[in-house]
Design a protein around this ligand. Structure first.
Ligand SMILES: [Zn+2]
Length: 224
């Protein structure tokens, strides 16, 4: 018996308007999101607009438009909704990072500057370092859209720990243990990109490292 979780379909449908609201897509169906149900392993993912499923932009997505697939990319359940063309990349990330249960693939306003330059972004604020979990957000090698090669290059740029990577001349991928966390990472990546872009005009932003970050003091140490 195939168990489709309606709440998870709703969560992915609601992420469509969020992409627009948070400046993570220029419109239409650029960028996409997905989540993995840890219980069944099924992936709930934004759809691929087509004549049989016309969607002008992500603000129009309903729960019925959300595709549900397994880790082989096959549609599960009785829906015939096709998943986004970037499905191979989403699957490759879930395969490489078992702890990940949410992905936001953005075409963000600020991070796209660095994707266009194919330039890594140093973490220059504590919140970015702690949330994105890397001293430097790496830019992946260029690969064509909708290919497994794109997934491979993104997985390589993410490495084992980072929660974000840039996609050369394309956008970014932000990941988390939930879709909510992936959205927080995406927000901080945009904020960091703006800070580094403006910081480079005003001076030279100083990267922050894990050594600088140190360990958070215990409550007893803070309140003797
Ligand atoms: Zn894209």
């Amino acid at each position: 018996m195939i168990k489709i979780n309606q709440d998870l379909k709703n969560e992915v449908a609601q992420s469509g308007p969020l992409l627009i609201e948070k400046g993570l897509t220029p419109g239409r169906d650029f960028g996409d999101t997905s989540l993995r149900d840890p219980e069944t392993g099924f992936i709930y993912i934004l759809p691929r607009p087509s004549p049989r499923q016309p969607i002008c932009d992500w603000s129009q997505v309903t729960a019925d438009d959300v595709a549900v697939i397994n880790m082989n990319g096959e549609i599960v359940g009785d829906s015939n909704v096709l998943p986004t063309i970037e499905t191979p990349m989403h699957l490759r990330i879930y395969e490489a990072r078992p702890e990940v249960n949410g992905i936001v693939h953005s075409h963000g306003e600020w991070s796209s500057i660095f994707a266009a330059l194919r330039q890594n972004i140093p973490a220059v604020t504590l919140d970015a370092l702690e949330t994105i979990c890397t001293e430097e957000i790496r830019c992946s090698a260029y690969a064509q859209i909708a290919t497994k090669e794109l997934g491979d290059s993104v997985v390589e740029a993410l490495g084992k720990k980072s929660k974000a990577a840039l996609m050369a001349n394309h956008g970014a991928v932000c990941i988390g243990t939930s879709l909510n966390e992936a959205f927080l990472v995406a927000y901080l990546l945009e904020k960091l990109s703006m800070q580094v872009a403006f910081g480079n005009i005003l001076g030279k932003p100083i990267p922050i490292t894990w050594k600088d970050f140190g360990d958070a003091p215990t409550y007893e140490e803070m309140v003797p």
